[in-house]
Design a protein around this ligand. Sequence first.
Ligand code: NAD
Length: 243
Amino acid sequence: MTDFTGLRAVVTGGASGIGLAAASLLAARGAQVVVFDLKPDVPEPLNGIAADVSDDASVRAAVSAAALRLGGIDILVNNAGIGAQGTVATNDDDEWHRVLDVNVVGIARVSRAVLPYLKRSEAAAIVNTCSIAATAGLPNRALYSASKGAVLALTMAMAADHVREGIRVNCVNPGTADTPWVGRLLDAAADSATERANLEARQPMGRLVTADEVAQAIVYLASPLAGSTTGTALAVDGGMQNL
Ligand code: NAD
């Protein structure tokens, strides 16, 4: 088990689901953790700072506040993301811009503000939350898939750009994870219990991925155990990508 004592982490979208699980696991391993979220209500010992990753001024203010509070930043988990259903026939330009601005430009925006601190760290790592949607060709998820395909490409490009600065950049590709996000989608169905049972039955393991399982992968990639790993995507999808 890696000890993160003395390391300082920022987790975006860390007030719910995968981000909250990753922030909590980093803190349990000894890291000091700041969570950025729209509504940063987080349990102790996490520190919440209100930030919107689609707003550059908000991001820059939050990063300055986090660095001041933590005395620097070693680890950045770019996890904030939003979903979108639809096809190119149904999603209009406003929706494309809104989702790409959070899921893709949000990562660039937060990383740009955090990089000066990572360059001064001896254990610098960025982990982006991508998705199997990046490569799976999911129906009715054109915009979301395009956004996550961009996250995958961005992860590899960032890894190349910053490897000589001692900054590793990787991503995790979750399958369908049991988070409040998926809960909201199921709640919207006419019969949410049947919808959940059908969703579980479609998974190779017969169950959804847990947020903790994704968090374990994020924490591994952020840790010195992954010291020679950069520019990769680690799937946590219950075997979904093999179908
Ligand atoms: P979630 O909705 O439970 O949590 C997402 C968090 O991000 C929320 O707290 C939300 O407030 C925050 N957020 C949204 N927009 C933001 C913004 N503009 N600025 C700051 N924070 C913002 O969702 P989750 O399922 O935990 O998803 C987290 C990440 O995992 C997302 O990037 C998502 O695309 C990815 N993912 C999820 C699944 C899944 O099945 N749950 C699968 C693959 C990938």
